[in-house]
Unconditional design. Structure first.
Length: 238
């Protein structure tokens, strides 16, 4: 399956979630129908192997993303398409996937599908994410790049890693507190003066998506290490 399908998949999911036209009111039934259209599209485009094709840089990542979408839409284990996808992903190891995005998504899939059944795989992935976190660099310690030994880091990969670690801990896995402390310090240190975050540390031009990632990552890391104590003072959150 070629990359255009990956792009089409993402577009269809976005349209299903947000709609293509502005409306005064959107009913619950319209939302349900839109979600079902997305589910139908994903099932129709699944390959015989259980995957949705591969993206060279992120082996297994597209399949993990589509599987997580099905689970989030309410598809349960026992569904033929979901079971095929889970079987496909279960054959993938972190070192085969090589990608922070892919491993993080696979982790979230296992946590949502059946955390007891996939407990060993979840713990394995937690260790991989811990080991691929930057630890020593003065400016990027606590962040993640695209995979093991990556020279560059970014806030998108770093967000995905923390989302996976959060779900893994909720599923019963143990996460090294040092990993979380480093991640929290990283996000605090790379925040811009105006409160925003950019795609990379040092990018002074913040974006909405990366600012959402920064807020979410700080909340997750603070919560996991027991330091979630934000307060609103005037127009600031401290």
């Amino acid at each position: 399956m070629e990359r255009p399908l990956a792009r089409k998949t993402i577009c269809v999911l976005l349209v299903a979630l947000f709609g293509s036209t502005a409306r005064a009111e959107i009913t619950a039934e319209q939302v349900r129908q839109a979600i079902q259209k997305g589910v139908t599209f994903l099932k129709r485009n699944q390959t015989a192997s259980g995957s949705w094709g591969e993206v060279v840089q992120h082996p297994g990542g597209l399949t993990a993303l589509c599987t997580l979408a099905l689970l989030t839409a309410g598809v349960q284990p026992g569904d033929e398409h979901l079971d095929k996808a889970l079987a496909y992903l279960n054959k993938k190891t972190p070192d085969e996937m090589r990608s922070t995005y892919a491993v993080a998504l696979q982790t979230m899939v296992f946590c949502k599908a059946d955390p007891r059944r996939y407990a060993a795989q979840i713990t394995r992935n937690v260790r991989w994410l811990e080991n691929t976190q930057v630890r020593e660099d003065e400016h990027t310690a606590g962040a993640w790049g695209y995979g093991r030994g990556g020279a560059s880091v970014d806030n998108s990969n770093s967000q995905f890693a923390l989302l996976a670690l959060y779900e893994a801990e909720r599923a019963g896995a143990t996460v090294d507190p040092r990993t979380l402390r480093l991640a929290k310090a990283y996000w605090e240190n790379c925040q811009n003066e105006d409160g925003s975050w950019g795609y990379n540390p040092g990018h002074r031009s913040g974006t909405g998506s990366m600012t959402c990632a920064g807020i979410g990552s700080l909340v997750i890391a603070s919560d996991m290490i027991g330091q979630l104590d934000a307060q609103v003072v005037g127009d600031r959150i401290i």
